[in-house]
Design a binder for this molecule. Structure first.
Ligand code: PEP
Ligand code: MN
Length: 327
């Protein structure tokens, strides 16, 4: 990033300000320019620089391409008309037309406008249910249309990826796919907003670079989704990294959602993680539910039944988020 100064005598002060924020930089042209070396300058830093009376402009450098993710000049909170959904919910997998319909109907009664649900499932064991594929995407679309919802589902590197993406409003990149640049480019080429899960052990910087791959390949919008990472913690499945929430808010203008279900791995743990995530500044939640969790064909232990989902929605919506608002 190149900071152009209107007042050369202020260059040392502006550079010291950048140093205090952990950013290495160099003064060039006798104080007319400051070159910031780090490819990821926090989004807020760029905004603050533009308010500095000694700063003329902040521009990408040609030598080291600027990360699109942080050169976006506007807040990019949500790519659809209307407010951002507080909760996106649905089964791990769209197992049948009946399950899709039952869930969509229940979500509409809770005033949840977005439904999730897997089509091709990325499973650890090849013997586990692999998802109903394109047929599942059709069931999801039909149910969403019937109840006025929008649809999110993970896409994988399958022959029918484009056909599935056509049926969705947002395409999801799963945690196990985040590290595959060629796949990210293929996903971006479908032209839909992408919900990008964090890889199981991805560093925050690797996650940002994955988003960068999507954006430079033409994805119109990215929604980050923290879903828990591997740590030595003996808890049920993964460890929800709450710190990822302020990190993404600081580094990018894009929304950060949290999936408490895959982090928890166990339904009683979902609510506390969901409440913690919202209090820490998440823009919304991605939650798994099922009309009869005991019969779910994937991720049964973490699925909320309908009463538990309704309770979670009520409790999330009764949080006084203005009080804890994180800008
Ligand atoms: C999912 O959301 O259905 C899923 C498989 O999640 P993850 O990629 O985070 O494991
Ligand atoms: Mn799942």
């Amino acid at each position: 990033m190149l900071v152009k100064l209107s007042n050369r005598t202020e260059a040392a002060r502006v550079r010291a300000w950048l140093t205090r924020r952990g950013l290495a930089s160099r003064i060039l042209d006798g104080g007319a320019l400051i070159l910031v070396d780090d490819p990821f300058v926090p989004y807020g830093v760029k905004q603050a620089l533009l308010y500095d009376p000694a700063v003329d402009s902040v521009e990408p450098t040609r030598a080291a391409p600027e990360a699109t993710i942080r050169t976006s000049s506007e807040d990019a909170p949500w790519p659809f008309p209307g407010r951002m959904p507080d909760i996106v919910a649905g089964p791990c997998s769209i197992e049948s037309a009946a399950v899709a319909d039952e869930v969509a109907h229940f979500l509409s009664t809770l005033n949840i406008g977005w439904m999730r649900g897997g089509t091709h499932k990325v499973r650890t064991s090849p013997y586990d249910f692999q998802g109903a594929g394109l047929q599942a995407a059709e069931w999801l679309r039909e149910s969403c249309d019937r109840y006025g919802l929008r649809a999110i589902s993970e896409v994988v590197d399958s022959d029918d990826m484009e056909a599935i993406a056509d049926l969705l409003d947002i395409v999801q990149v799963g945690a196990r796919q985040m590290h595959n640049p060629h796949f990210l480019q293929r996903v971006a080429s479908v032209g839909k907003p992408v919900l990008l899960k964090r890889g199981l052990s991805a560093t925050p910087t690797e996650w940002l670079w994955a988003a960068e791959y999507l954006l430079v390949a033409g994805a119109p919008h990215v929604i980050f989704c923290e879903r828990g990472i591997r740590t030595p913690s003996p808890l049920k499945r993964f460890t929800l990294d709450l710190g990822a929430i302020p990190f993404i808010r600081e580094m990018t203008p894009f929304p950060i959602y949290v999936d408490p279900s895959h982090a928890a791995g166990s339904s009683p743990y979902v609510l506390p993680l969901a409440l913690g995530a919202m209090a820490a500044g998440a823009h919304g939640l991605l939650v798994e539910c099922h009309p009869d969790p005991g019969c779910a064909r994937s991720d049964a232990t973490q699925a909320l039944d309908f009463p538990a989902l309704a309770d979670m929605v009520r409790r999330v919506r009764s949080l006084n988020l203005q009080e804890v608002a994180i800008k």
